[in-house]
Design a protein around this ligand. Structure first.
Ligand code: SF4
Length: 326
């Protein structure tokens, strides 16, 4: 470890003032403290925002759902409003991390968490995300768990969050507060693909903090769920995952929201799959036909080619589960 200062704030004005001075926000600390211990991250000042009033889960006036940034993962997973309206969110949270971590980690921190690429966490390895321009040890190294979608020559690390996949599928919005006031960013624009700047991971401006994630109203009843495929059944990141939400009326799929995890440098929305579903009647043949499009644009590396087929099968299976033919 190395020396750093710590301050705890109790209102957003104090938080923003500390953030403006270069302080690094921390709440549950389940990712950042690990990275500090490994000296991957070396913030000079930690600003503890865990006492800010951002722990509410509420149904919005339009019938959507707003989850405060400081709601703990376990709280969100157990909340009846979340479970009743968007079970895909509860399931994604319950399949994440461990019970102890879910009791500490917050929703805002969860979507801000950094990649689990082993080379990123090994300060002796080259890594463009940690040290821009240094190279990518994963490319010539071991990359079985890495991304096949949204990669660049600079980086192929996956985004590790499960609930972010549900947020991507449901077309959530991220609410932010910063020195210039409030603003909202579509979830699809909030997490950034690596391109030439893999060190830049979110669309946050200096000193901004996340205040809430909002899921828009969707027609009801919306059937939804999350499937996670991994090397072991608990405390493991996804090799592939699928978040699916379907609105079926009069036997026809009117809306389809589908995203994949474990395969993209960001949670990967699957519009080609969605388009194949809308206007069709649920059937095993439809699920298979739609899932064929799940890996469109994939650029696998040598060790992770298996993810192309695994992704298609994951999406097909979850369509079957949510669509009611399994
Ligand atoms: Fe770093 Fe990305 Fe390469 Fe991993 S894949 S070593 S995070 S640049």
């Amino acid at each position: 470890m190395y020396p750093f200062s710590y301050t705890k704030v109790s209102d957003t004005r104090a938080a923003l003032a500390a953030g403006r001075s270069g302080g690094r926000y921390i709440a549950g600390g389940t990712t950042l403290v690990d990275l500090m211990r490994e000296t991957v991250e070396r913030p000079g000042t930690l600003v503890d925002i865990s006492a800010l009033p951002l722990r509410e889960i509420m149904v919005t006036a339009r019938g959507g759902l707003r989850i405060g940034a400081l709601v703990r993962m376990a709280e969100a997973a157990a909340d009846p409003k979340v479970r009743g309206t968007f079970p895909v969110i509860s399931q994604a949270l319950e399949l994440s991390a461990s019970a102890q971590l879910r009791n500490m980690a917050t929703i805002g921190g969860n979507i801000m968490q950094r990649t689990r690429c082993a080379y990123f966490r090994d300060v002796t390895a080259v890594c463009n995300k940690r040290e821009p321009g240094s190279g990518c040890a994963a490319r010539d190294g071991f990359h079985r768990t890495h991304a096949i979608l949204g990669t660049s020559d600079q980086c192929a690390a996956t985004h590790p969050s499960d609930v972010a996949v549900a947020f991507a599928a449901l077309e959530a919005t991220v609410h932010l507060l910063g020195p210039d006031g409030q603003r909202s960013v579509a979830f699809s624009d909030f997490l950034l693909q690596p391109g030439r700047t893999p060190n830049r991971e979110q669309a946050l401006r200096a000193g901004e903090l996340i205040t809430a994630v909002e899921i828009p109203a969707h027609p009801r009843p919306l059937q939804s769920g999350y499937l996670k495929v991994r090397d072991r059944q608990s405390y493991e990141f996804a090799l592939t995952s699928a978040a699916v939400a379907l609105y079926v009326r009069d036997g026809v799929i009117r809306e389809a929201k589908v995203a994949a995890g474990g395969v993209g440098t960001v949670p990967w929305k699957l519009p080609a799959v969605e388009r194949r579903l809308i206007g069709e009647r649920p059937s095993a043949a439809l699920w298979a036909r739609a899932a064929e499009r799940a890996a469109d644009g994939a650029r696998p590396l040598e060790h992770n080619r298996f993810k192309v087929d695994l992704l298609k099968r994951t999406v097909e299976r979850q369509l079957r589960i949510v669509g009611g033919t399994e």
